[in-house]
Design a protein around this ligand. Structure first.
Ligand code: SF4
Length: 453
């Protein structure tokens, strides 16, 4: 068993993060000031705070342990010891200098460059997002569950019979808020789940309520996550256009029919192209398409083919996700990256980035999920000037987001740098009963009775 004894600090969390990068699950033994990992080698190491180091202690101890475990195992990971913090935040702190990320945190050169490029754009978009209120409308339902789905907080296929009631509850929540709102939002984002799971009538009702409540103007970025092509109809797309939606996401995840079938998506690549062409015909200004690298049932080369097929459609935004799956204990990094015969996903992702930048896309936001099997990142690419402000607003500490819908999280950013969160009830049935109460809670949270916001 590997035992790490903490000296002069209590960063159990960070030490655990670093141990997991190399060996998998571990546990804290706070009574004895240690982190233990049954899957590690029989060894005891000391993790000591070093007051002479220029890094904050929490980062210094992670850095030191990463360096030591990397020497012991001969393994390095793309993001080095940067865990538990968004790489773009650190890149901005380091003055967008990729060398600093590599030298201080062992971030691989290509990832350091990516983080700095994203951070530059993210910083200016975040400044824009903080100027105005941002709005989120959540629809946590899907017509079926994709086999890779990481939306574990709730079963997105449960309660489908309550969609109509759910639409009515969202409208009630918005109607209760409406008299207290006097600010035109900078962004509105209808996300999920799959918001287009509503039928055409409910889709129109909810979009009208969004328009009437928040009164978007020509400068408001209004996005709907149309998600799965099997839920997109011309009628729903027309309802979006008629209510001021300028941006949609049509998310193939892969353009390979066999994979689509195996991951439980009830549509084909041809359906994706058809939905895209209909959206183009109706004049949406920006279309985003999501793809996933490292999907089970397909190889890294299959993923690259999907990237090329989607890029040939010429959407303004392409977002590359890497499969979110908790890392399995005892797997080496090579095992992980080649799991199930997928080939070198890390390399394919690098090639996809090069391909997209070669076609004029630039990376503008990125985030990482903790303890993922592949240890990579999710990156949004856009044609210059077509970035989605909401995607950055939702991650920024300086932007306020007013959210409606079950489980939707509002956040309020204050001028002194603080921010607070206010969740709606998560349970769909409870939300349907308590939508007006959710609105009342937010009226207090944002101090809307007194100040508008
Ligand atoms: S569309 Fe998204 S949220 Fe819905 S089941 Fe698939 S992965 Fe999960």
């Amino acid at each position: 068993m590997l035992k790490i004894i903490l000296q002069g600090h209590d960063n159990y969390y960070g030490i655990g993060d670093v141990v997991r990068l190399f060996y998998g699950p571990c546990r804290e033994d706070r009574e004895n000031g240690a982190v233990l990992c049954d899957l590690g080698p029989d060894m005891t190491l000391i993790s000591a705070a070093d007051a002479s180091n220029a890094l904050p202690v929490n980062r210094q101890v992670k850095r030191d342990l990463y360096e030591r475990l990397s020497e012991i195992t001969g393994v390095t990971v793309p993001w080095g010891c940067l865990t538990g913090i968004r790489p773009t935040v650190v890149a901005a702190e380091e003055g967008f200098d990729p060398r600093a990320l590599t030298e201080k945190y062992f971030v691989r050169a290509d990832k350091a460059k990516l983080a700095c490029e994203c951070a530059r754009l993210e910083t200016s978009i975040a400044a824009q997002a903080s100027q105005k209120l941002n709005v989120y409308a959540g629809v946590p339902f899907c017509p079926g569950r994709c086999s890779y789905c990481s939306f574990i907080a709730q079963d997105v296929t449960k309660h489908l019979d309550r969609l109509h009631d759910y639409a009515s509850a969202m409208i009630l929540e918005m109607n209760t808020l409406a008299p207290y709102l006097d600010e035109i939002p900078g962004t509105i984002y209808m996300g999920g789940g799959t918001p287009t799971v509503f039928d055409e009538n409910d889709m129109s009702r909810v979009l009208e309520a969004l328009r009437n409540t928040f009164r978007p103007d020509g400068d408001t970025e209004f996005t709907v996550e149309a998600g799965r092509p099997d839920t997109i109809t011309e009628g729903k797309l027309k309802a979006m256009r008629g209510n001021g939606v300028g941006r949609i996401c049509i998310n193939p995840q892969t353009m390979r029919d066999e994979t689509l079938r195996k991951i439980n998506r009830a549509h084909t690549a041809a359906d994706i192209v058809k939905a895209y062409e209909t959206a183009r015909k109706l004049g949406f200004e920006v279309i985003n398409m999501d793809l996933i690298a490292g999907l089970m049932y397909e190889t890294a080369d299959d993923f690259l083919e999907s990237v090329k097929t989607v890029a040939a459609l010429d959407p303004e935004n392409i977002t590359i996700h890497t499969l979110y799956k908790k890392r399995r204990a005892g797997m080496s990094r090579e095992d992980v990256l080649n799991a199930d015969g997928r080939g070198d996903v890390d390399k394919a992702v690098r090639e996809a980035y090069e391909f997209l930048t070669g076609r004029g896309y630039v990376p503008y936001y990125m985030y990482r999920q903790k303890d993922t099997e592949l240890g990579l990142e999710n990156t949004g690419f856009c044609k210059p000037g077509t970035h989605n402000v909401y995607n950055v607003a939702m991650m920024s500490y300086d932007s306020s987001v007013l959210s409606v819908g079950a489980g939707a999280m509002s956040k309020r950013a204050f001028a002194d740098g603080r921010y607070e969160r206010c969740p709606n009830v998560k349970d769909v049935s409870l939300y349907i009963e308590e939508a007006a109460k959710c609105a009342e809670k937010k009226i207090s949270f944002f101090d809307l009775r007194r100040s508008g916001r």
